[in-house]
Design a protein around this ligand. Structure first.
Ligand code: FE
Ligand code: CA
Length: 522
């Protein structure tokens, strides 16, 4: 565990010299603060939280030797957790070194907190204080809990829109927000409709470019507001590394050894910029972001990683990399039972968590569409997409059989990736319209990324009667209100991603009843 690379004594000397007296060792930004990237909290439990910030007086510094415009030495940062917003009742505090090895990112693992409590926090460095953030700890494990409100989000392309959806979700003051991937986009868009430019004007491929990409996203005021206002859980999808990658297999058919070096840089930058514990810090191209998070006796979140361990896409041959539409006859490899979407190790862990049981509502926080989606190719034949769960039907069947056989209570799957809203019944047999739902799926649309063609997808829906709602023309997020007897779900849509002050409205509401899987339109 790398927390600080200087001794406690030299740290304290540095503190008294720089921090407590306010003497500045940093060349501060025009705004006079090293906290240009905001603050965040994550992985809340009943008694602990991870607090994050990264010192960056010059957030998009082009100098890879001095990311964020920081000096090359360790900088002491004081952190404080209080029970009041004015930070007068400080209950936990400490000093940690912001390490240049990690671009002066801090990941404070603060324990000893009370369950189901509101807390406030801030950082102090070089005489400057960060904004004050808020988080709420989880209720004690198994404690009777009557409510949890959370939002889930995915697919925020900075170039293609403003992040009003993040602002409106923050305004709802949920207990928790779940990031389901495509938190950044690695590429540089050439779309004429784009509204802002990714920094460096290149695809991110190495540590300096991934760092600056995350830094740019963290300068966004709406994202900063969301992170500061509520704790999060986070997993990634493909664009945190490269479009449509699978394990060591890149969309561009790179040498896997070369691609793993890129993946290592991308995973490192993700960890540096998210409120994740030290246990999630990558070791080369390998990282563990999978986990279980309990909220009293009401809800458990099982957060999985869909990219690192998945089998290579089916029928993945040059020259066309990435996802594609295939018929059964053209790509029998898709059905190979040895192929896995989560990787066999993560499947084993997940099924064990199903059998462990626990909370009344069990939420699988993952990235992509799970429901079977029969598409029509240009020749009018039935086809499937190779890049989401539809590319891994045997793995999906194992997942759903385990959901069924474990009798895990009230399974609800949440996802993103496809830039559209979906509400689906999940079944052991999608071919039988009368087969009962065994789980419920809600897919949130993108924060900004453009949706798939609406009319074409709608034309496929008659072949997919388990899909109860679809809308790809709206950007937004999903708000969920969990109570013992019912889960209420609201699909929230922003008016226009081209307007920084876009408004929000509810597109559709749904309910799921305790003890009865399946979508109900409200
Ligand atoms: Fe996306
Ligand atoms: Ca994606």
């Amino acid at each position: 565990m790398v927390r600080r690379s200087i001794s406690r004594r030299s740290l304290l000397t540095a503190v008294s010299a720089a921090l407590l007296t306010g003497g500045s060792r940093l060349s501060l930004s025009a705004s006079g603060t090293p906290f240009t990237l905001g603050i965040a909290s994550g992985n809340p439990t009943a008694n602990a939280i991870v607090l994050w910030t990264r010192l960056a007086p010059d957030p998009l510094s082009p100098d890879p030797q001095r990311p964020g415009g920081m000096p090359t030495d360790n900088v002491p940062v004081r952190w404080e957790v209080a029970t009041d917003e004015k930070m007068q009742q400080v209950v936990k505090s400490g000093i940690e070194g912001a390490d240049p090895q990690f671009a002066h990112a801090l990941h404070v693992e603060c324990g000893g907190l009370q369950p189901a409590r509101d807390y406030f926090y801030r950082f102090i460095a070089s005489g400057e204080a960060s904004p004050v953030g808020h988080f709420r700890t989880a209720p004690a494990t198994s404690a009777a809990t009557d409510r949890l409100r959370f939002g889930f989000v995915s697919c925020s392309n900075y170039e293609l829109g403003y992040f009003s959806a993040y602002r409106h979700l923050a305004a709802e003051s949920p207990d928790l927000v779940v990031f389901l991937g495509d938190y950044i986009y690695e590429y540089f868009s050439h779309l004429p409709t784009k509204l802002r430019d990714h920094s460096d004007a290149v695809a991110a491929t190495d540590l300096p470019t991934y760092r600056n990409r995350y830094a740019q996203y963290h300068t966004d005021p709406d994202l900063q507001r969301l992170h500061a206002s509520t704790a999060c859980l986070a997993t990634w999808d493909d664009h945190e590394v490269q479009n449509d990658y699978a394990d060591r297999w890149s969309e561009t058919f790179d040498d896997p050894r070369v691609f793993l070096a890129r993946r290592a840089a991308a995973y490192r930058a993700f960890w540096e910029h998210m409120p994740l514990p030290h246990s999630a810090m990558p070791k080369g191209p390998d990282a563990t972001i999978t986990g279980r998070f309990d909220f009293g006796d009401l809800a458990s979140f099982l957060v999985v990683d869909d990219r690192q361990f998945r089998s290579r896409l089916a029928c993945d041959h040059p020259p066309h990399g990435g996802g594609k539409q295939v018929t059964d006859a053209a790509c029998p490899e898709r059905f190979d039972p040895n192929r896995s979407y989560l990787g066999m190790g993560q499947e084993h862990w997940l099924y064990g968590e199903f059998r462990r049981g626990g909370a009344r509502w069990n939420i699988l926080a993952q990235q992509q569409l799970v429901a079977d989606l029969k598409e029509h190719n240009d020749a009018g034949q039935i086809a499937h997409w190779t890049e989401d769960w539809n590319g891994y039907p045997a793995a999906r069947q194992r997942l759903l059989q385990q959901v069924h056989d474990s009798a895990v209570r009230n399974p609800v799957v949440i996802g993103g990736d496809i830039h559209s809203f979906w509400a689906n019944d999940l079944k052991l047999d999608f071919e039988d319209p009368k087969a009962p739902a065994i789980a419920t799926e809600f897919v949130g649309t993108s924060i900004t990324s453009p949706g798939p063609p609406y009319a074409k997808f709608v034309s496929w829906l008659p072949d997919n009667p388990h899909i109860h709602f679809f809308e790809s023309r709206k950007r937004g997020y999903v708000s969920v209100d969990v109570r013992p007897k019912q889960m209420d779900v609201a699909f929230r849509a922003v008016s226009d991603v081209a307007k920084p002050d876009a408004e929000v409205s509810t597109l559709q509401r749904f309910t799921v009843e305790d003890g009865r899987a399946g979508v109900n339109l409200a």
